[in-house]
Design a protein around this ligand. Structure first.
Ligand code: GLY
Ligand code: MN
Ligand code: MN
Length: 357
């Protein structure tokens, strides 16, 4: 963990700061190993302190590496005001997207004379490049989701509710060793498929429906994320056409994705396939996102923001077409970026699965 904290320190000069205060739990987990639900990490050039409360007193002795743990008795700002170890003057980087107005105001009172510097995506960028141990955990999370998808597919037939399928997914993820889902499963059947983030309703699956399964789990702190759209019974011509376009768009991106290209360029490769087929207006979200401790992590492969893609990052590739009143298709794989290409670690077939019952 010292290695990770030192990678953050190596950014201090470029950021113009002498210290960094993290209040984003997934960044804290990455930097010092803590997985609880309350904490602050304060990193200076030569020291690092992790602050939490009594509930995690024993947990920190098991988990926290590379930082001295402090169990607060009142509040984080109170601890900074009264603990001699935390006295500090200088420029402190904060995570502008995650810092709250309340915490910053109180910290300014606790550490008078400091300058607070907004930063963005600093730890996230460092954390986006995975080591072998992290890649093994992501591979295992992905394998669990592949296996659970195969099991749950056996249960699909007309009459089963979307929410019944979602219940089976979380149960089976955990039976396979995951600590839970990485997000609430999306089980979108028939017309619900036009909602990219539909959730799972009490709607019953009907013969002829497309069903979009978007599911993932957390395994030893790392996420998987997979989408497959299956058809209940034989597909219509239109279903085959839409599925084929999304498949081709994803294939184009899978063929092209590699380190040292821009996320925006990768997004465009898939988007062009859908636009050329005449369905551009039905594809409004980005192509993919980083995967790690968070299911939606840095970087993004998007038409809106451009991030450079780096070797060792894990990203999703998930184009889709969503037609209101008709339904939708999304196909999503998780890939490890390398200097020469990518490794698709999702094992489930990308061909259209026809469910017979
Ligand atoms: N589960 C949402 C997504 O695929 O990004
Ligand atoms: Mn997904
Ligand atoms: Mn995703």
């Amino acid at each position: 963990m010292d290695v990770r904290i030192n990678k953050l320190r190596a950014k201090f000069d470029e950021l113009g700061v002498d210290a960094f205060l993290s209040n984003r739990l997934s960044n804290i987990q990455y930097l010092c190993g803590y997985t609880g639900s309350a904490g602050l990490l304060f990193v200076t050039r030569d020291k690092a302190f992790f602050l939490t409360d009594f509930r995690y007193k024993e947990q920190v002795t098991r988990q926290v590496k590379g930082a001295e743990s402090i169990i607060i008795t009142k509040s984080f700002p109170d601890e900074f005001a009264n603990n001699e170890k935390l006295k500090f003057k200088g420029k402190i980087g904060i995570e502008a997207v995650f810092m709250t107005v309340d915490l910053l105001t109180k910290m300014q009172e606790s550490l008078p004379g400091c300058e607070w510097v907004n930063t963005d995506n600093i730890v996230e960028e460092v954390a986006s490049v995975k080591d072998e141990d992290e890649l093994d955990k992501i591979r295992k999370a992905v394998k669990i989701t592949d296996d659970v998808f195969a099991e749950v597919l056996e249960l699909v037939k007309p009459g089963i509710r979307e929410i019944d399928i979602a219940a089976e997914i979380i149960y089976r993820h955990m039976k396979h060793g995951a600590t839970g889902n990485s997000f609430d499963s999306i089980i979108a059947s028939g017309v619900n498929g036009s909602l990219p983030h539909a959730g799972a309703s009490e709607k019953e699956v009907e013969a002829g429906d497309f069903i979009t399964f978007d599911m993932g789990c957390m395994y030893q702190g790392y996420a998987s994320d997979m989408t497959r759209t299956v058809v209940v019974g034989q597909p219509t011509t239109k279903q085959k056409e839409i599925y084929g376009i999304v498949y081709d768009a994803q294939q184009a991106a899978l063929d092209a994705a590699k380190a040292n290209m821009s996320g925006m360029a990768l997004d465009k490769i898939a988007r062009d396939v859908i636009v050329k087929a005449g369905y551009g207006e039905y594809y409004g979200h980005g192509l993919g996102h980083g995967l790690g401790i968070e299911v939606h992590a840095h970087p993004r492969a998007s038409h809106i923001v451009d991030h450079p893609l780096l070797a060792g990052q894990v990203i999703t590739i998930e184009p889709g077409i969503y037609i209101p009143g008709w339904g939708g298709v999304r196909i999503e794989d998780d890939v490890i970026l390398t200097e020469t290409g990518n490794i698709d670690i999702t094992g489930t077939t990308r061909e259209l699965i026809v469910v017979e019952w």
